[in-house]
Design a binder for this molecule. Structure first.
Ligand code: NDP
Length: 301
């Protein structure tokens, strides 16, 4: 029997409705949430992510500013731009699209953003709050989106063995921290694997819930998955496909066709985790405006 396909769009749509309700409440206070996205350089993938973020803001009525800087934009100038945005009351959320060119120190950039405007949740203050389980920081979009996807589809993680493949600061590590917390949508027993893990399949096969965030097409084969597991495929890999008009398509890290015959449920790529990431960023921007209002610093526009 084939697995249930966990689509991201219907869940993203539920969250979108909640965002619209929260935006209406902010409007009553004269507040329109604002997001600034800074992009340094002209990486085509980054450019398309930045466009998607701008479009998502536009669709929701979130004020957005996209600042495109040349690839030789000096680090000092970038820090100055961030500082200006930190002080701009129309802007509630600031994000710098990664990766940035090599001459820019990523940690300086991340730490320059006001933690109350850090909608990507990369600032050490927000990372620390997430780790100790303090609920008043921001949560990073992709892991938070995965947690919502599981909860809203009725997949309880409490007491389950969740195996996460990948330990990046944007997906694997924060997801592990979030799912091991005490409380709703968490209380899991978490194992994290990475490129130095020995005999990966012997660990992934133990997972009740398997999350793969590596960036390698076909890494997870059917025999690495437990019968009846829930599989979340975060990977987004461009592979050649002469049958498509573009000549390529995107696939995940999981051998979808084979694994879906073994798993109880699986996310598709595209259309699974992807739509969740963008909506969670929008939610963080609204949360940032709500925080600003609470601190009586909300923009009146
Ligand atoms: P990174 O490259 O930062 O991290 C990849 C992780 O995979 C690392 O921890 C690495 O281990 C591990 N890894 C690499 N090879 C293996 C292997 N053979 N076996 C086990 N682990 C391995 O990637 P990201 O976390 O940024 O992204 C992962 C994937 O998810 C990418 O395809 C990316 O495009 C996608 N993505 C999708 C999003 C979405 O919204 N759909 C959002 C974010 C990412 P080590 O640490 O030892 O190097």
């Amino acid at each position: 029997m084939g697995a249930r396909i966990i689509e991201g769009r219907p869940v993203a749509e539920e969250i979108r409705k909640d965002i619209i309700r929260r935006m209406a409440e902010l409007q009553l206070e004269g507040i329109t949430p604002g997001l600034a996205v800074i992009m340094v350089g002209d990486d085509p993938a980054s450019s398309s992510y930045v466009k998607m973020k701008g479009k998502a803001c536009q669709e929701l009525g979130i004020y957005s500013q996209t600042l495109r800087m040349p690839s030789n934009y000096p680090e000092e100038a970038l820090l100055h731009t961030i500082d200006e945005l930190n002080r701009n009351p129309r802007i509630n959320g600031i994000l710098v699209q990664m990766p940035v060119p090599g001459h820019i120190d990523v940690s300086k950039v991340v730490q320059a953003i006001d933690p109350d405007k850090d909608v990507d949740a990369f600032h050490p203050v927000n990372v620390g709050k997430m780790l100790i389980g303090e609920g008043d920081g921001f949560l990073p979009a992709t892991p938070h989106g995965i947690q919502e996807l599981l909860m809203r589809n009725g997949y309880e993680v409490a007491g389950k063995h969740v195996v996460i493949v990948g330990r990046s600061n944007i997906v694997g590590k924060p997801l592990a921290a979030m799912l091991m917390q005490k409380g709703e949508g968490a209380d899991a027993t978490v194992t994290v694997c990475h490129s130095r893990t020995r005999d990966l399949g012997s660990i992934t096969v133990q997972a009740d819930i398997l999350v793969c965030a590596v960036g390698r097409a076909g890494l997870i084969k059917a025999d690495m998955v437990k019968e009846g597991a829930v599989v979340i495929d975060v990977g987004s890999n461009r592979v050649q496909d002469p049958s498509s008009a573009r000549g390529y398509r995107f696939v995940g890290d999981v051998d979808f066709e084979a694994v879906k015959e073994r798993a109880a449920a699986i996310t598709p790529v595209p259309g699974g985790v992807g739509p969740m990431t963008i909506i969670m960023l929008m939610q963080n921007t609204v949360l940032a405006a709500e925080k600003a209002l609470k601190q009586h610093a909300g923009p009146k526009v």
